[in-house]
Design a protein around this ligand. Sequence first.
Ligand code: FES
Length: 149
Amino acid sequence: MSEQNSQPVVNTEPDLSKPPGPNMVRVTFLPEGRTVEFEYGSMPYEHHGKPMSFLDVAENFNIFLDHACGGSCACTTCHIWVKNGEKGISEAEDDELDRMETAADVQLSSRLGCQAVITGPGTYVVEIPSWNRNYVSEGKPLALAESKS
Ligand code: FES
């Protein structure tokens, strides 16, 4: 990864009918269907989860992905399902695999958003499971409700 700059190179209106440009990372967060695109290595680290994790990306773009433990692999609130791009994502380490054993609704594509790291340019699609969305719809945290308005 190249050195990170203070000014990320972001494509605010990606053309979804075309693949991302050279050295660009495109991430879609379902079910909102919100897509962000940025140059690989240009995004500042916001200290939530591992650098270039899906939680890190979400935090940089003000997309709500719960992270009760602050991204330290000590909860499962950042549980995501990887729908596309798995080959470009880091392998789960033992502590993540151990933690996932306590998660609800685990699937083969399950990862912890704070631990799954994007390792290169490309297209990635992840979904926040319904139980996590239900948690949000029951009134907390407020951040998602505000971002949806
Ligand atoms: S935020 Fe707690 S494990 Fe990811």
